[in-house]
Design a protein around this ligand. Structure first.
Ligand code: PBG
Length: 321
């Protein structure tokens, strides 16, 4: 006798009753870009329907985020001034630091995470400090820790280091603890791959390296056991949430992370994943909404508890329809 699998697929009601993975608005974190200047809401060419926001226009965005039921955002900053050591990254009057203040005032409940990195702030576009033509790990740690501290002083709820230097979680934990911020958490970009999927973001954040590439600090896409070592170290150094990035081409890494560790797992569905869907949809080749929701569902099914996505508000609205 064969099994009648189709009994449980007959209609929408029974399908929803046996569904294993359900997306919620609170699964999503929205990445946003803040810029200096006034009255700026400029669409990012490489990320359709995402914008560069000046601080005076942010209320419009925050209203959209909260109305959609999205509980968290991640802030990226585009400073006016770049230099060798990325001064604007840890300036207490920097663009991100001021944005945190504005957002926390508008929506005190919204979970504000900041991306902690040097690449948007350095003239050379690398994620760290250059010594003898290479990104110096230990020198960079000092700057990353200062940057994280400046975000927390400005009111950030959580910091997310994305630089991929060794020892950065420990350095950040230490400086936060020493300054009385024992209860502020760290979401570590633990398994961050050296990926071509970041292309549209680098245009959005103006953070393309001016020489070389990021292969000496970001991971080789071919490796998964190494990702488990990265995650293990971040947890031992004090990470509260671990991240896998990108998401769609790395579902196996998300699954391993979920199975091997008990920390919450975040997955970053990056700019290239979003841009591919947008491009194909604009050509009429795919159904954008169906594809986006299928992608997000697959990322959650793979084991992600949190999904950082440029579709956050759209997806939150679509799943309510
Ligand atoms: C900064 C950073 C990058 C992304 C997030 N933080 C770019 C990079 O590492 O080159 C990529 C995000 C995306 O592609 O959506 N280090």
């Amino acid at each position: 006798m064969f099994r009648r699998h189709r009994r449980l697929r007959e209609n929408q009601t029974i399908r929803s009753i046996v569904r294993e993975t359900v997306l919620n608005a609170q699964d999503f974190i929205y990445p946003m870009f803040v810029v200096e200047g006034q009255n700026i809401k400029r669409e990012i060419r490489s990320l359709p329907n995402n914008f560069h926001w000046s601080l005076d226009r942010i209320p419009e965005l925050i209203e959209d985020v909260t109305a959609a039921g999205v509980k968290g955002i991640m802030i990226f900053g585009l400073p006016d001034h770049k230099d060798e050591v990325g001064h604007s990254a840890y300036d207490e009057n920097g663009i991100v630091q001021r944005a945190i203040g504005v957002i926390k005032k508008l929506a005190p409940e919204l979970w504000v995470i900041t991306d902690v990195c040097m690449c948007e702030y350095t003239s050379h576009g690398h994620c760290g400090i250059i010594v003898d033509q290479r990104v110096d790990n230990d020198e960079t740690l000092k700057y990353i820790a200062q940057t994280a501290l400046s975000h927390v002083k400005a009111g950030a709820d959580m910091v997310a280091p994305s630089d991929m230097m060794d020892g950065r979680v420990e350095a950040i934990r230490k400086i936060l603890d020493e300054n009385g911020y024992k209860d502020v958490g760290i979401m570590a970009y633990s398994a961050k791959y050296s990926s071509a999927f970041y292309g549209p973001f680098r245009e959005a954040a103006d953070s393309t390296p001016q020489f070389g590439d990021r292969k000496s600090y970001q991971m080789d896409p071919a490796n998964i056991r190494e990702a488990m070592l990265e995650i293990e170290d971040d947890i031992n150094e004090g990470a509260d949430i671990i991240m896998v990035k990108p998401a769609l081409s790395y579902l196996d890494v998300i699954r391993w992370a979920r199975d091997k560790f008990n920390h919450p797992v975040a997955a970053y569905s990056v700019s290239g994943e979003f841009a591919m869907v947008k491009a194909a949809a604009s050509l009429g080749l795919i159904d954008e909404k169906a594809i986006a929701l299928e992608m997000l569902t697959s990322i959650k099914r793979a084991g992600a508890d949190i999904i950082i996505t440029y579709y956050a508000m759209d997806a939150a609205r679509w799943i309510k329809e």
